[in-house]
Design a binder for this molecule. Structure first.
Ligand SMILES: Cc1c2[nH]c(c1CCC(=O)O)Cc1[nH]c(c(CCC(=O)O)c1C)Cc1[nH]c(c(CCC(=O)O)c1C)Cc1[nH]c(c(C)c1CCC(=O)O)C2
Length: 341
């Protein structure tokens, strides 16, 4: 069987050079993505049309020697599948009709997996199209992060609406988290069945939480998902990416049981050495804006990241998603440097 270096790294095997993928690697910095996007009827339509979603997932691998493809979709297909109205307005980001303590009961978890069937078709098509040494990554948003959009109705810098809702309506909030945990388990199990090698839990808003809230809203639901998925898919490989977790990172890694820990770019490079078990695989963590600017500052930082994690399994990645302004030649240079020094 052909070895998949990225999957092997998630499972704890250090490689001579770190394998690499890029968060949001299929996206607007690529002209071919913008062209396919223009052909679609809208962003969600692109997510639910396997033929187009497969195409955009493969676009970055045609240009660059990446070690993984990530299925093209979005974390907000879950609220959409639960019956909440989700729109992606041009230049505004996602807009949802916010849910409240009375509307949680009208969500439709029983219909969610049928609604998500096209995403599973995308995975099957990718599995068939990918070279055997490439890792296929599935994903979902973690419950707290998805809930911040469902309750707030849009992205925000402080997630105030959801933070207030969680403490003002703890019972309704608990019901919402239960629905999101169960839907995420079913969805990820189905992703493995459709051919995913590994899945990533995107907890993009693991910040702005006191330690009690972090335990209740981040650690607990992520742990329940890891356990629930592994009850059906024994030893399922899972990467956790709790962005902004900072001082809570080590507890997150120990308590959730994820195989590998995604580090955002604000995580100090000596953090892993100081606070993480010595064999725990890490992923990250170049600042996406260093990739925009490129040049020597980027090369030096890439080298520093590789050096800092050279004694443990390491997957190179950005510390958050690539931004649309990123010059393509800088991406090529990043990958060349990671692969060949
Ligand atoms: C919070 C979040 C979302 N989506 C996602 C997250 C977690 C990661 C993170 O923190 O960045 C995850 C995501 N979104 C997308 C992917 C596809 C796979 C990949 O290439 O990584 C993945 C893994 C496509 C996308 N998702 C979106 C686009 C751009 C939409 C377009 O093409 O018009 C893409 C390519 C839209 C989106 N989707 C979301 C927002 C806030 C936005 C608007 C802001 C933005 O444009 O970056 C929600």
């Amino acid at each position: 069987m052909t070895v998949k270096p990225l999957l092997a790294t998630v499972l704890g095997e250090r490689q001579a050079r770190p394998p690499i993928w890029i968060m949001r690697q299929a996206g607007r910095y690529l002209p071919e993505y913008r062209a396919t996007r223009a052909q679609s009827k809208g962003f969600l339509d692109l997510c639910y049309t396997p033929e187009l979603a497969i195409e955009v997932s493969l676009q970055p691998l045609r240009r660059f020697d990446l070690d993984a493809a990530i299925m093209f979709s979005d974390i907000l297909v879950i609220p959409d599948a639960l019956g909440q109205s989700v729109r992606f307005a041009q230049g505004e980001g996602p807009i949802l009709d916010p849910i409240d303590e009375t509307s949680i009961a009208s969500l439709t978890p029983e219909k969610a997996l049928d609604h998500l069937a096209p995403v599973l078709e995308t995975l099957k098509g990718l599995r068939a199209a990918l070279a055997p040494e490439k890792t296929l990554i599935g994903f979902c948003g973690s419950p707290w992060t998805v809930a911040t959009y469902m309750i707030g109705g849009r992205g925000s810098t402080d997630q105030a609406a959801a933070r207030l809702f969680a403490v003002r309506h703890p019972e309704a909030f608990g019901q919402l988290m239960d629905i999101l945990v169960q839907t995420s388990i079913d969805y990820l199990v189905a992703q493995f069945a459709a051919g995913a090698d590994v899945v990533q839990l995107f907890e993009s808003w693991a910040l702005n939480l006191d330690d009690q809230a972090f335990d209740e809203r981040v650690i607990n639901p992520n742990r329940r998902i890891v356990e629930g998925v592994r009850a059906k898919v024994p030893n399922a490989p899972i990467i956790g990416f709790p962005r902004g977790a900072a001082g809570n990172l080590a507890r997150y890694a120990a308590a959730t049981g994820v195989n590998a820990l995604g580090l955002d770019y604000a995580t100090p490079l000596d953090f892993a050495a100081r606070y993480l078990p010595k064999d725990l695989p890490v992923q990250g963590n170049l600042d996406p804006l260093r990739l925009v600017a490129g040049g020597a500052q980027m090369d030096n930082r890439i080298d520093a990241i590789i050096e800092a994690f050279s004694d443990r399994p390491h997957i190179f990645n950005l510390g958050h998603g690539i931004v649309p302004e990123t010059p393509i030649e800088n991406v090529a240079r990043l990958i060349e440097r990671v692969k060949n020094g």
